[in-house]
Design a protein around this ligand. Structure first.
Ligand SMILES: [Zn+2]
Length: 271
């Protein structure tokens, strides 16, 4: 006669005969073991105890799963469902982080520009405020400049307002314009140029012409500085006119004629 054992998960009961087992408090889910069975096996899975099962009412399933069961169910969530969800969450976060990073760079760029423009503005304000009328006939340079332009077929609109004054430019960080500064380059209705009086005093006649024509070209022709490399040395828009100590008037004439020649074709195409 086969003897059966059962367990409540903690304690072991038995041995019982099949008849004795019927009188025990067991359910369909109770784990049973008998000699020859490898593992504890649920009663419902044991064929030879079928008649027992028929006499036991089915287990009442709890309406709400227990906390343990919830954990078990969560753990059993198929990985195939979890991975795409994780990727989705990651994509969402990455996208937003990306936007946040781009946005913060953009904001930093704007703030930086505002500060720079503001400090540049304050600097120019200082330059303008500390400027004064020079006892120098700058008009002569302007008149010659326009005459020379006309010779090359360039007829820019003559601005109503012309300011050419001395102002100390030594505070400029950009040493390119420590000798002269044009503030009217984006305004066709005004010429506004400030000349550093100490540079003017030091400069030879050709250098003064270089400087005036350089600033007038910025202001009237909206021409930009050339790069500070050796191949541009000697040209009018070279940003180191203070190094032109050995240049003479012929050098100067050649430099402005070269620029005006270049500008004349641009001028014609613009029309
Ligand atoms: Zn310049």
């Amino acid at each position: 006669m086969r003897k059966y054992f059962y367990t409540d998960g903690v304690n072991k009961f038995g041995p019982y005969s099949k008849e004795e087992l019927k009188t025990q408090k067991i359910s369909r889910g109770t784990k049973i073991w008998y000699l020859g069975l490898e593992n504890w096996t649920e009663l419902s899975q044991i064929k030879e105890l079928e008649e027992l099962i028929l006499n036991i009412p089915p287990d009442i399933k709890p309406i709400k799963p227990s906390f343990d069961e919830k954990i078990k169910n969560t753990e059993l969530e198929p990985i195939s469902k979890i991975i795409p969800l994780a990727i989705k969450i990651n994509k969402y976060h990455l996208k937003h982080w990306g936007i946040a990073i781009v946005l913060s760079f953009f904001i930093a760029f704007i703030i930086n520009n505002i500060i720079r423009n503001q400090s540049e503005y304050n600097l120019y304000k200082d330059i303008v405020a500390s400027s004064y009328e020079a006892d120098e006939k700058f008009d002569v340079y302007i008149e010659k400049f326009y005459r020379d332009l006309e010779f090359y077929g360039i007829f820019p609109k003559k601005p109503k307002k012309t300011i050419i004054k001395f102002s100390r430019l030594d505070q400029l960080e950009n040493t390119t314009h420590i000798h002269g500064l044009s503030l009217g380059s984006n305004d066709d209705n005004r010429i506004e140029i400030y000349i550093n009086p100490s540079s003017w005093k030091q400069f030879s006649k050709p250098m003064r012409y270089y400087l005036m024509y350089h600033e007038l070209s910025h202001d009237i022709l909206n021409v930009k500085d050339l790069e500070k490399n050796i191949s541009n040395e000697g040209k009018l828009m070279y940003p180191e006119i203070s190094s032109y100590e050995k240049k003479n008037m012929d050098d100067f004439i050649e430099s402005y004629q070269t620029l005006f020649q270049e500008q004349s074709s641009k001028w014609k195409n613009r029309k």
